[in-house]
Design a protein around this ligand. Structure first.
Ligand code: PMP
Length: 390
């Protein structure tokens, strides 16, 4: 009986072109091997190419040799191996915050931050397009959740005005939205949090390593880092590895160490990951030219897609959607591009709102302009074949 219900659920997803399947993929710089084919990859978050950087591979192997393959316990028990302190000290210097804490993943970080900061006596104000981990953290916190229209500070202000005075207020936003590549109105959010006595939590998952003078993130790029109460970012994207950080005032970090259940009740990261993170934090600060190249490529790519007539939403970054609308069409677009040697995965509801299925292109600093010219020609040809552009 139960199995039949599950089967029906899967069939319903398939009918809406929303059924997911796993594909085996082995990435190799900006290429990827799938089904024996070598394809140009627009679907990875390895924005600076660090996942295959020799310096990081070396750091990972050295850490394993020295400390073994596993952390053996949670951090508060005996899993807090010396590389944690090294990485957190480096983070504090990089982010310019009083303290920092490394947690096991970006997903864990968001679930942990919100469920720890907010209880029944809190209201969370969350951008409608925030990442699923923020949505889940807000649910787990049992706080009241008010979702404001995407990047709409007027709507947020209306909701803030209605919130009860005595309740703890937390505003939370991605800085770069993962499926749209647009940027949160950070300065306006800071002004609102100050007016209404709220805390501001930002998720720099897609901006860490890419924005800011030393790649610290969008808050630094906008010169408002000090006004942010909680900075969160990941090591799983531009920094090439795995894991995440939370940074802010010492008291906030001490509070998390004592109350963040997804931090307390899980085994610490393996030494190899921590060793990689230590080196990634050091080298990312020096890679200014990679950042500049990525920004130049992204501007070029977006301009050409727009000129060709594609709908790229409000993207201003290295994440560029082509919004198609219909799920089946997005899938067909992706399949046709793959036939021509390009991987750009179709993103469908519930990851994005109904009727906004899209291909998500993420650019890498290791790509060349010549490669983009070739890809743009292929994308444009398929767009014309499918009647997406004229
Ligand atoms: N926040 C955002 C905005 C993300 O896009 C993601 C993952 N794609 C996460 C958090 C989760 O990070 P991780 O993959 O390290 O768990």
């Amino acid at each position: 009986m139960l199995w039949e219900e599950l089967q029906i659920h899967i069939e319903q997803l398939a009918e809406k072109a929303q059924k997911r399947t796993l594909i085996q993929a082995e990435s190799d710089g900006c290429f990827i091997h799938i089904d024996g084919r070598h394809l140009f990859n627009f679907s990875s978050n390895n924005y600076l190419g660090f996942a295959h950087d020799e310096r990081l591979i070396h750091a990972s192997m050295e850490a394993t040799r020295r400390y073994g393959v596993g952390a053996t316990a949670s951090r508060l028990v005996v899993g807090n191996h010396p590389l944690y302190e090294q990485a957190e000290d480096a983070l504090v210097r990089w982010k310019g915050c009083e303290a920092a804490l490394i947690v096991n993943s970006g997903y864990t970080a968001n679930v942990g931050i919100l469920s720890s900061l907010a209880g029944r006596d809190a209201v969370i104000f969350s951008d409608k397009w925030n990442h699923a981990s923020i949505v889940d953290g807000a649910i787990l916190s049992r706080a009241e959740v008010r979702r404001y229209r995407h990047a709409d500070v007027d709507h947020l202000e209306t909701l803030l005005k209605k919130a009860e005075r005595h309740k703890r207020k937390i505003i939370v936003t991605d800085t770069i939205f993962s499926m749209d590549g647009d940027v949160a109105p950070l300065r306006e959010l800071v002004a609102l949090k100050e007016t209404y006595g709220a805390m501001l939590v930002v998720d720099e998952a897609h901006a860490s390593g890419i924005y800011g003078e030393k790649g610290q993130g969008m808050a630094h790029e906008h010169e408002i880092a000090e006004q942010i109460d909680v900075h969160m970012g990941t090591f799983s994207k531009a920094l090439g590895a795995y894991g995440a950080y939370v940074a802010g005032k010492r008291v906030v970090i001490d509070y998390f160490i004592n109350t963040m259940r997804p931090f307390i009740f899980t085994t610490a990261l393996p030494p190899s990951v921590l060793g990689t993170i230590c080196t990634a934090i050091e080298i990312v600060q020096q890679e200014r030219s990679l950042r500049h190249h990525l920004h130049a490529l992204s501007d070029y790519f977006r301009t050409h897609l727009q000129q060709a007539g594609f709908d790229i939403g409000q993207s201003t970054t290295h994440i560029v959607p082509i919004i198609v609308g219909d799920n089946e069409r997005a899938l067909a677009f992706s399949v046709r591009l793959r036939e021509r040697g390009i991987v750009a995965v179709a993103i469908r509801p519930p990851t994005v709102p109904d009727g906004t299925a899209r291909l998500r292109f993420s650019l890498m600093a290791t790509m060349t302009k010549e490669q983009l010219d070739w890809a743009l020609a292929e994308i444009t040809a398929v767009g014309k074949e499918m009647g997406l552009i004229v």
